[in-house]
Structures are given as structure tokens and as C-alpha cells.
Design a protein. Structure first.
Length: 250
């Protein structure tokens, strides 16, 4: 495990701009004066800073705020890039969910602190890209169903069945039979895709309605612990997303 993974506050304190300037200035001044005293004093100040600085609440808040800002910027870039491939309908849905999440986040940060708030805010941040992926999944399934609608597998089965009955050559009949089996698999896939489309739309709707309801409850003074439980309930509707994506790929 790296030092940064063990203590990001200590790493940030060491690599801060002012600390590097202090160390470099002490070394240069020691060389210029041909005396080790400035370097010794700089090293002593460095040890004192590394021992005290990372423990200061104000310093920790600043480090946490910077890390939160970087994480949110990455999530924002991810969502904005993903929205470019969405239809206007789902783009509007992602934007609406983002507004609800922003409202909940701002109210939670401005309100009284509670132990679960940090985890709740992380779950809210992760909910927006998860909702985006649900929208992308919904559109992929809809596109596959549209392709099947334009070329119905049931019609293909019927045509192949007629051709199979009329054909006398055994080799050709075998080829037609293989085509019939492939068309039958398309019909089975179609049923699974219809169900996957229904499940995806259901989860999208639940997340949208739950966040809107939760925002209203928060305005009426929903307690912190209750808010955390409600957010956990909303995020539970996207935990099956990887499995749903894998089913579509399979």
C-alpha cells in the first residue's frame, strides 16, 4: 500500500506548494551561505509541519473539498460525454435527475451534519451516472426491438417453414432447418428484450419519482438518518444495472 493510500493528508501536506518552496529555499540558502544551519532549520520545520499540519481540521477540510471537487468534475465529464449519444427524451430525464440530486446534495451539505452524510452524498453522486447508463441500456434494448419489428422473426419462421415443407433436397432442408432454429432463437431473444425493456423503464421511473418525492420530504425537514435510508432505497434500484447490461450483451 502506498503512502498516499495510507494517508492522503500527509501526502498533500508534503507536496503542497509552500512546503516545496520551504524545502528548496532552505537547501539553496544553505548552499549560498556554506552553512548547514538553514537546511537543519528547514528540516526541523518540515518535520513539525508534517507532524501537525495533516492533523489540523481546517487542512483536512481543504483536502477533502479538493478531492470532492475532482471527483465531481470526473463524474460531470462522464455524464456529459454519455448524454451526447442519448435521445432528447432521455437527455431531459438525465438532466431532471441531475437537478434533483443537486438539490438534495446542497440541502444536505447546508443542513446539520450527521454521521452517514458522507456516504449518502457519495451514493447520490454515483446515482447520476448510473441513471445515465440505465437510459443508454433502455435505448439499446429499444433499438434491438425496433430492428426485430422491421424484420419480424415470426414471419421469418413462417417463410422458412413453408420452404422446408416444399423442399425435397435433404441438404437444402438441413440448411433451412438451421435457419428455422436461428429464427426461433430470435423470438426467444425478443421476449427477453421486451422484459428487459419493461424492467429498465420501471427502474428509471422509480428513481425519478423517488428523488422528486425525497426532495419534497427534505424541504419539510426530513431527518438526516431518515434521509440516508431513503437515498439507500433509491440507489438499490440501480444495483442490478451490471447484470442487466450483461444480459443485453449476452
Amino acid at each position: 500500500m502506498t503512502t498516499e493510500a495510507q494517508d492522503p493528508y500527509l501526502t498533500t501536506a508534503f507536496y503542497s506548494q509552500y512546503n516545496i518552496i520551504l524545502l528548496g529555499g532552505s537547501a539553496l540558502f544553505s548552499l549560498a551561505s556554506a552553512s548547514p544551519l538553514p537546511l537543519v532549520l528547514g528540516a526541523a520545520a518540515e518535520l513539525a509541519w508534517l507532524g501537525i499540519g495533516p492533523r489540523l481540521p481546517a487542512f483536512r477540510r481543504r483536502v477533502d473539498a479538493a478531492a470532492d471537487g475532482e471527483r465531481r468534475a470526473v463524474l460531470e465529464d462522464e455524464v456529459m460525454a454519455g448524454m451526447r449519444s442519448l435521445s432528447p427524451e432521455h437527455t431531459a430525464r438525465v438532466l431532471g435527475v441531475g437537478q434533483s440530486i443537486s438539490f438534495l446534495t446542497m440541502r444536505a451539505e447546508a443542513g446539520p451534519a450527521f454521521p452517514e452524510r458522507k456516504q449518502m452524498l457519495l451514493e447520490l453522486e454515483a446515482l447520476r451516472p448510473a441513471f445515465l447508463r440505465l437510459c443508454q441500456l433502455r435505448e439499446k434494448v429499444s433499438q434491438k426491438l425496433e430492428d426485430l419489428r422491421l424484420s419480424p422473426p415470426e414471419q421469418e419462421v413462417a417463410e422458412l417453414t413453408r420452404a422446408y415443407s416444399a423442399e425435397k433436397d435433404l441438404g437444402v432442408r438441413f440448411t433451412i432447418h438451421q435457419g428455422m432454429k436461428a429464427a426461433q432463437r430470435k423470438i426467444e431473444q425478443q421476449a427477453r428484450w421486451v422484459e428487459l425493456q419493461r424492467q429498465t423503464e420501471q427502474r428509471l421511473t422509480i428513481v425519478e419519482q423517488s428523488l422528486s418525492h425525497l426532495a419534497g420530504q427534505q424541504q419539510m425537514g426530513l431527518a438526516g438518518a431518515e434521509l440516508e435510508r431513503e437515498v439507500a432505497g433509491v440507489t438499490a434500484h440501480v444495483v442490478m444495472l451490471p447484470a442487466m447490461e450483461a444480459e443485453l450483451d449476452a
